[in-house]
Design a protein around this ligand. Structure first.
Ligand SMILES: [Zn+2]
Length: 535
């Protein structure tokens, strides 16, 4: 990709780094749905996974490369450590895409060299160009990351970067892996690279960073000021620990303050071209999709996409907003795809209306999937007067979560009340078609349901989170239940929505159990040598 100072590339790593968030693992169909939406959003590069890690990761990257990597689509990228095995697997996985990239990395800090890699600086200076050149022999577009850049000695890192570029890397990524930098330091790091690496004009400088001190977005914006032109970020800022830099915050900061960030213009310039190619009207939809499929809720006061970001509670504000939106709003809600004129569907809405609305929400369904969604819509419309976008999203994400599912919830029946021992009867069907029912008592209806499900599934687990919230307004609202289970130190989340919260709880529990079981079944390809990368 040609280097253009007036363009900031958006590299989305929701499906790689974001999916490493505890409990956020996604199945293949969910990954595909997100990749398709990222393509509609207009991201430049999708980092689709780490192909060498497991057969599941390899398949996901390959399917995304096939389905989303068309000629006018984004670059599909895979992550690979600086070894031949990793790079080869990565090249095979991204091969079907029209535009493909291998992203390889090696640590440049002494602490990593000594304790993790047990390699000398001279060895690193030999391995990096060798592996970059090998990757370049397989694909045109190679990105190299200096792992632990923040703690690396600058002079040595400059040498490594120069060698990587000479060997054919066209993007150099600088990660703040542990989220320790401040904006001034991070900007200085980028400025130093620009100043001291002689061939840096042949590569795009990229940044990656984590939000441990809440500074990831601020660090990236300062990096842009100093010449970084690729930002590695995730939808809703999901990712390891406190998460990655959030795509929507970066894009909207660059959009709203585009005069300030445009390298060619002063502050006064009226309305210059945006720096990113993101279709901002797709932002809200994308945020909802990722939140629904990962089960990672967005906090209400989150910038840009939180439920309160555009809500004006106070009377004074409302008055001001009504008179002129610009009094208290720096962004028109429609810019991110939120509109006031909400179209709601009801009992009489036909299949084509439902399908059209789903498409506008980013879900393209056909055949059996559409039949299934429409049947669930009809069923819900019998119980609920007005079906909103949020209801439709809940219907579809429930359906996607159940594809390739090991267990399917066929029925749940509960009796409870005062002076009555809560009892639940649950029926499940396993993937091989067998049906089983079990009854269980509990301290409450949800406890009874979970008890029955645990008896049926027989996989030890610990319930660490159970939360209920209402999806829409009104007494007939859908209740959304999010559940997190822990097993062997790993978290598995499940979520579901229904007008009956006990049914939603049962379905959410089954969804989480399905994730747990499928993760137990998919063993990593090379368990000893494949720790998750820590970029
Ligand atoms: Zn990371």
């Amino acid at each position: 990709m040609a280097k253009d100072p007036g363009r900031v590339l958006i590299f989305d790593t929701t499906l790689r780094d974001g999916e490493q968030s505890p409990g956020a693992s996604l199945n293949l169909d969910e990954k595909l749905a997100i990749a398709q939406q990222l393509s509609r959003l207009g991201v430049d590069i999708i980092e689709a996974g780490f192909p060498f890690a497991s057969p599941g990761d390899f398949d996901a990257v390959q399917r995304i490369a096939t389905a989303v990597g068309s000629t006018d689509g984004p670059i599909i990228c895979g992550l690979a450590r600086a070894t031949k095995g990793d790079i080869k697997a990565c090249a095979e996985a991204v091969a079907p895409a029209a535009h493909k990239r291998i992203h390889t990395f090696l640590a440049t800090s002494d602490i990593h060299l000594e304790h993790k890699l047990r390699k000398s600086r001279a060895e690193v200076l030999q391995i990096v160009p060798e592996m970059v050149a090998y990757a370049r022999s397989l694909v045109e577009d190679v990105e190299f990351s200096c792992e632990d850049a923040g703690r690396s000695e600058p002079e040595f890192m400059y040498e490594v970067i120069e060698a990587a570029i000479n060997a054919g890397a066209s993007t150099i990524n600088i990660p703040d892996t542990v989220g320790y930098s401040t904006p001034a330091e991070f900007g200085g790091l980028i400025a130093g690279i620009n100043q001291h690496v002689p061939n840096i004009n042949q590569a795009v400088i990229s940044v990656h960073g984590h939000n441990d001190l809440g500074l990831a977005v601020a660090n990236f914006l300062e990096a842009v000021k100093h010449g970084a032109r690729q930002l590695e970020c995730t939808i809703n800022g999901i990712g390891e620990r406190a998460g990655n830099a959030s795509l929507e915050e970066l894009v909207m900061a660059l959009h709203v303050r585009r005069s300030y960030f445009n390298p060619f213009l002063g502050r006064e310039a009226a309305n210059p071209e945006p720096l990113t190619a993101i279709r901002t009207e797709e932002i809200y939809k994308t945020s909802r999709l990722v939140s629904n499929l990962t089960g990672m809720a967005v906090q209400p006061n989150k910038a840009i996409v939180g439920a309160n970001a555009f809500a004006h509670e106070s009377g004074i504000h409302q008055d001001g907003v009504l008179k002129n939106r610009l009094t208290y709003e720096i962004i028109d809600a429609r810019t991110i795809g939120l509109s006031d004129n909400r179209i709601s569907l009801g009992k009489l809405s036909g299949r084509s209306a439902v399908r059209a609305r789903l498409e506008e929400l980013g879900y393209t369904l056909s055949g059996e999937d559409l039949d299934d969604a429409f049947a669930r819509f009809k069923e819900l419309a019998d119980r609920k007067r007005e079906i909103t976008d949020r209801d439709l999203e809940a219907i579809v994400s429930d359906h996607t979560q159940q594809l390739q599912a090991h267990y399917q919830l066929l029925g749940v029946q509960v009796s409870c009340g005062t002076n009555l021992q809560p009892t639940a009867t649950v029926t499940l069907r396993t993937i091989d078609g067998k049906q089983r029912s079990v009854a269980s008592i509990g301290t409450g209806p949800v406890d009874a349901v979970c008890g029955a499900l645990n008896q049926l599934v027989q996989v030890p687990n610990e319930l660490v989170e159970f939360s209920v919230k209402s999806v829409t307004e009104g007494i007939d609202a859908m209740g959304e239940v999010t559940i997190r289970l822990r097993q062997n130190g790993r978290l598995y989340s499940g979520h579901a929505a229904d007008t009956d919260v006990v049914v939603a709880a049962a379905q959410a529990f089954v969804n989480a159990l399905n994730r747990l079981v499928s993760s137990l079944q998919s063993q990593p390809l090379h368990p000893q040598q494949t720790p998750l990368p820590v970029l």
